[in-house]
Structures are given as structure tokens and as C-alpha cells.
Design a protein around this ligand. Structure first.
Ligand code: HAM
Length: 419
């Protein structure tokens, strides 16, 4: 086949018709489950102000320093959203969603953009579904968010996952821990990777997330943040663990779990799958009690998660879980001659109005080719019509699966198809 002249950008993929059925099934599942949790959908623009993302996620994060797609137009600085927590918070503040009363329990599904090096499970345009609950500092909110996340994987049969949790405390606890971590790393500062050296002053917690070999020995025996939590942080973390146990969700505590954005406080979690290879995080999230204020709103505690949809679909493939129905159509009208073709065109809307999916040939093909096409389209029934059938008002109604035919009027056919 000839090489296409135009192709997608690196790390951006087309989701083709055979794949979209899976995506639709997944999206339907997410919506159905979100409804059960009383979460409402929010949809925000694909582009945001660069300043929101820089401020929200943190200047020194990988996403902001290396991975955002940003451009300016006139005086405005645009960024393709790399995630949705900061945009949802922006929307919450801008639209005064707090005035709707109670906590806002929002979910979303959509594309995100990060200029990462593409590999299996890592793309530059990828999709997330996620939840943000704004206005509650109760550990119930943390656990509901985690329950929803787990529920989606459970419903699909992806059970071979590990939920890792940690508390990174409030700023007071974290400041104490940062000092302890820096004091511990100081004697070996020269042996740390260049990246960790850079992070040492401004963001030492991120050193714990380093993938560099030279950092590993130091991370392995570093002090743990959970020893530095103040009473309030400790108590919140205990409640989260207690409620998780109450709802029967298994978890592993990982005191070195830190997340990639600066907005996190208290609870942090990740859902890991052994079926994914190097990019093993199915989903992640946590609390961000200070972000609303950071972005200009009133102090508002919040918690959420986001899950990678490509990674979820990879896990399904690895586990042999099929999602979505096969391509199919209820009725294919096969015609011979102009009059029959006219009849066919006029009957399509009637079939559809009765709740059936219906199609016919658009390419002027022979009857034989149309029958072949009906098979390829996985039609349940074919209505075969030529001049004789039109004269008699009786059409060949073929059950494609059973290879059975009968001669029926159109009304009788509608009756057979049912509603
Ligand atoms: P995140 O950990 O950056 O968190 O992303 C969540 C999930 O998105 C990851 O676990 C992964 O499955 C998927 N993901 C991330 N980057 C890529 C990529 N380049 N290609 C494919 N999948 C990817 C957040 O985005 C936070 N906003 C989560 C959150 C919500 N925290 C609080 N509320």
C-alpha cells in the first residue's frame, strides 16, 4: 500500500471504527456507574490558559516543565489540557459551583495532551475518565472516589490490580518531612542523579519518584513521610484506611508514593496493573485541599482521581476481556432495479422509526454483491426486492443467521421484526 502523504502527529492515534465500539461500551459503563454514585458530568474546553496549568500543577513538575503543548495567539497563551483537575477547579471557581450547595461530585471523560515519549500505554493525546469531589474534607469522599475508580475495573473483570495508598500530609507535616528527607540525602548529595540534585531544594519529595538507577539505593532507606504526619493528617489517613476496609477494598500502603503534580495534600493513591508493562499505572489521584484557593477561590477541600482509558483497554486485551458488540445491522435492503431502489430508500426511515437499524447498498452493486455486503455488515435480516416483489407487494424476508426465507408484505415484516 502506498505511504500516506499526511499522517497523525507522533503519539497521536486515530481511534478507528472497529475500536470505537469498545470505547463507546467503556464510556457507557462509566456513565452508568457514575450515575449510581450520584456524580454529574462536567465538560470543559480542550484549551486552557497556560498560567492556570503552570500555577495549578507546579512549575517544576515534569508535565509543566517538559510536556505541555502550548502556543500563543495575540496576547493569549493557550495550552492543550494535560489533565483535568486544574481545569475543573477553574470551572468550579469561575462558575461559582459552590453555590449549587453541598459538595460538587463531578466526573469527566475526554482527551488530554502531554508531549511525552510515546511507548505502549503512553501517548501524546490520550484519554482519561475521572472524578473530582469539591467541598468535602471527609474521608468518606476519598473512599467514594476510590470506590468508583475500582468499580469500573471490577465491572470489566480487571481484578488483578493493586491499590497503593499513602498520605503526603498537610503542608505542616510535609515541611517537617522535607527537612528530614533533605538531611538524610545531604551526605550523599553528590551521588544523586542530576535531576534529583535539581529537585533537592525546591521539590525534594519528587526525588522519591525518581526512576534513575543512581538514586535507588538512597530512596530505598529514606525516612517515610507517615512518620512525620501531624495529628490531623494522621487521623484523616486512618479514617481513609478504616473506610476502605469497611467497603472491602484491599490496599497496600506505600510510604514512598508521591504523585506528579504539586497540588496534592493528604491522601495519594495509584492503581497498578501487572498486565501493563513499564507504564503500569492504570489510574491515580488524591486530595488537593489547597488548589481551589491557589486558583483564586475560597478554601475548599477536594479529592479526585483520573484513569487512563488506553491503559484500561490494553489491560482488557491482555486479559482477553471483550468490550462492545460486534459490528451489526438489523436489516439490509437488497434491491434489483431502479424502482426497487426507490422503494428501499423510502423504507429505510420507516424501519428506523420502528427502532431497527437499517441500511442498503450505496454503491450500485449487483444483487450478489449486495448479499455479500449484507453478510459483511453482519445483518440479521435482508429484505430482497425486485420488480416482481414490488408488483405483488410481497418481499423476500431472509433470516441471515438461519438462512431461512419467507415472502411477506412490508407490514408483516415490521411485525416479525417486532419493536
Ligand atoms: P496522572 O497520574 O497524571 O493524574 O494521570 C492519571 C492516569 O492517566 C495515569 O495513571 C495513566 O493511566 C493515564 N496517563 C497519564 N499520562 C498518560 C499518557 N501520556 N498516555 C496514556 N495514559 C496516560 C492526573 O492526571 C490527575 N489529574 C489525577 C487526579 C484527579 N488527581 C486528583 N484528581
Amino acid at each position: 500500500m502506498a505511504q500516506a502523504k499526511y499522517t497523525t502527529h507522533l503519539g497521536m492515534v486515530d481511534i478507528l471504527p472497529d475500536e470505537t465500539r469498545k470505547w463507546q461500551a467503556l464510556e457507557n459503563l462509566i456513565r452508568t456507574e457514575a450515575e449510581k454514585f450520584n456524580f454529574e458530568e462536567i465538560r470543559t474546553p480542550i484549551m486552557e490558559q497556560t498560567e492556570l496549568i503552570v500555577r495549578g500543577l507546579g512549575q517544576l513538575t515534569d508535565i509543566v516543565s517538559k510536556e505541555i503543548f502550548a502556543f500563543s495567539r495575540g496576547d493569549d497563551n493557550y495550552v492543550l489540557r494535560p489533565e483535568l483537575t486544574a481545569p475543573v477547579v477553574r470551572s468550579y471557581v469561575e462558575n461559582h459551583l459552590d453555590q449549587r450547595g453541598g459538595s460538587q461530585k463531578l466526573y469527566y471523560i475526554g482527551p488530554m495532551f502531554r508531549a511525552e515519549r510515546p511507548q505502549k500505554g503512553r501517548q501524546r493525546q490520550f484519554h482519561q475518565f475521572g472524578v473530582e469531589v469539591l467541598g468535602s474534607d471527609d474521608a468518606v469522599a476519598d473512599v467514594e472516589v476510590i470506590s468508583f475508580m475500582i468499580q469500573i475495573y471490577n465491572k470489566l473483570g480487571i481484578k488483578n490490580t493493586t491499590l497503593k495508598i499513602n498520605s503526603i500530609g498537610d503542608p505542616e507535616s510535609r515541611d517537617k518531612y522535607k527537612e528530614a528527607l533533605k538531611a538524610y540525602l545531604k551526605p550523599n548529595f553528590d551521588k544523586l542523579s542530576e535531576l534529583s540534585k535539581k529537585r533537592y531544594e525546591k521539590n525534594p519529595l519528587r526525588i522519591l519518584d525518581s526512576k534513575e538507577e543512581e538514586d535507588k539505593p538512597f530512596i530505598e532507606s529514606a525516612p517515610v513521610i507517615t512518620d512525620y504526619l501531624n495529628e490531623a493528617s494522621k487521623s484523616h489517613y486512618s479514617k481513609v484506611k478504616e473506610y476502605l476496609t469497611d467497603v472491602g477494598i484491599l490496599f497496600e500502603e506505600d510510604p514512598y508514593l508521591v504523585r506528579g503534580m504539586d497540588y496534592y495534600t493528604q491522601t495519594a493513591f495509584e492503581l497498578i496493573s501487572p498486565d501493563l508493562g513499564a507504564q503500569d499505572a492504570l489510574a491515580g489521584g488524591g486530595r488537593y485541599d489547597l488548589l481551589v484557593e491557589e486558583i483564586g477561590g475560597q478554601p475548599t477541600p477536594a479529592v479526585g482521581f483520573a484513569a487512563g482509558m488506553e491503559r484500561l483497554l490494553i489491560a482488557c486485551d491482555e486479559l482477553g476481556i471483550t468490550l462492545g458488540d460486534e459490528k451489526s445491522v438489523d436489516v439490509y435492503i437488497v434491491t434489483l432495479g431502479d424502482a426497487a431502489r426507490r422503494w428501499g430508500v423510502s423504507k429505510l426511515p420507516e424501519l428506523r422509526a420502528n427502532g431497527h437499524s437499517a441500511t442498503m447498498d450505496y454503491m450500485g452493486r449487483s444483487m450478489k454483491a449486495q448479499m455479500k455486503d449484507a453478510n459483511r455488515e453482519n445483518a440479521s435480516y435482508a429484505i430482497i426486492v425486485g420488480d416482481n416483489e414490488l408488483n405483488e407487494g410481497k418481499f423476500t424476508f431472509r433470516n441471515m443467521k438461519e438462512s431461512e426465507e419467507s415472502s411477506l408484505s412490508f407490514d408483516e415484516i415490521l411485525g416479525k421484526l417486532g419493536n
